[in-house]
Write a protein that binds this ligand. Structure first.
Ligand SMILES: Nc1ncnc2c1ncn2[C@@H]1O[C@H](COP(=O)(O)OP(=O)(O)O)[C@@H](O)[C@H]1O
Ligand SMILES: [Mg+2]
Length: 309
């Protein structure tokens, strides 16, 4: 599959601190044009100079006043839809109903926090998106394709649009950092000559160049998660999914991981992150979709973890 890494080799070239670690108060300037399908996507440089982190939405520093537009912090033109859930209900074989009539649309370039108590259905949304599960009712569309209708042999191709990380990293213990990342390309048949440079780029993005030859057991938790992120990025996905990625990490390291996901988002990758981490969600002020008992109870832009008065 030469499209995989030939896609946009430059996509993940970003400035990274000399230590290799993503700097906390990162004020990153995204590369000029990072999106594979640049033709149908507006340039997204509006936020380039905007500070991130616990600051108010970038709208304040936007060059022109936003008219009666909804309070979306990014001033980009309506983009293509990356994923959509339409009237999705999911019952598991044991009768457990995990999702009840969920509608959710995520445009290209969005950053979405999926929040809610344990058991609310967050991971089920993610399992539907990677087609690990099929909805009982309704449809799940990824890049316009109804995932229930694609042929089995097409599933790997569709999955390549997605990069995913989990709470428990899921690294292969006997492979080094570099080998773990390379493995993701090997299994999809990327030509050998393209693998090394793609892996290097991915390791630079997450700041692990100096740890490339270490085993997962020789890494901190944060470094293990960054390895998983490098692996999830190496095939240039357009949707990056993280299911409780900071669940096993302490607050400082969690914050570094979030900064990294924000940076990946600025590279043009749509990000969906399921999380319990209220502090991070509230500080970052992105779109928040809240699930409770299988229903979306809130969908708010530039929001806090909890509903605000
Ligand atoms: N494979 C499964 N079989 C049966 N029930 C499941 C399965 N996976 C999840 N559930 C149930 O579905 C509900 C939603 O779970 P989940 O999507 O994992 O929620 P969350 O990620 O928000 O904690 C829970 O009640 C859970 O017990
Ligand atoms: Mg979960």
């Amino acid at each position: 599959m030469d499209t995989v890494s030939a896609d946009t080799p430059e996509q993940i070239q970003l400035p990274i601190g000399p230590s290799g670690a993503p700097e906390m108060p990162a004020q990153v300037t995204p590369p000029p044009s990072t999106e594979p399908e640049a033709s149908d996507k507006p340039a997204q440089s509006a936020r380039a100079g905007a500070p991130r982190g616990a600051t108010p939405p970038a709208a304040a520093s936007a060059p022109r006043p936003a008219p009666a537009a909804p309070a979306r912090s990014e001033d980009r033109i309506p983009a293509r839809i990356v994923l959509a859930l339409q009237g999705v209900t999911k019952s598991y074989p044991n009768g457990r109903v995990a999702l009840r009539g969920v509608d959710l649309t995520v445009p290209d370039g969005d950053f979405v926090f999926l929040v809610g108590p344990s058991g609310a259905g967050k991971s089920t949304v993610i399992k539907l998106l990677i087609r690990e599960e099929i909805p009982t009712k309704g449809s799940v569309l990824l890049d316009g394709r109804d995932l229930a209708r694609i042929k089995r042999r097409e599933v790997p191709k569709i999955r390549r649009k997605i990069g995913i990380v989990f709470q428990d990293f899921k690294l292969l213990p006997n492979l080094t950092v570099r080998q773990n990342v390379a493995f993701a390309l090997e299994v999809i048949g990327t030509p050998h000559r393209e693998i090394a440079s793609a892996v290097d780029r991915s390791l630079r993005v997450v700041g692990l160049v100096n740890q490339a030859d270490q085993l997962p057991s020789q890494l901190s938790g944060g470094e293990q998660q960054r390895t998983a992120i490098a692996r999830a990025l190496v095939h240039n996905p357009r949707l990056f999914i993280a299911d409780e990625p900071t669940g096993n990490l302490d607050p400082l390291i969690s914050w570094e991981i979030i900064q990294l996901l924000l940076r990946i988002n600025e590279m043009g990758v749509t990000v969906l992150m399921a999380t319990h981490n209220a502090e991070v969600v509230t500080a970052v002020r992105k779109r928040v979709v809240a699930l409770e008992d299988g229903r979306i109870v809130r969908d708010q832009t530039a929001a806090a973890y909890e509903r605000e008065a």
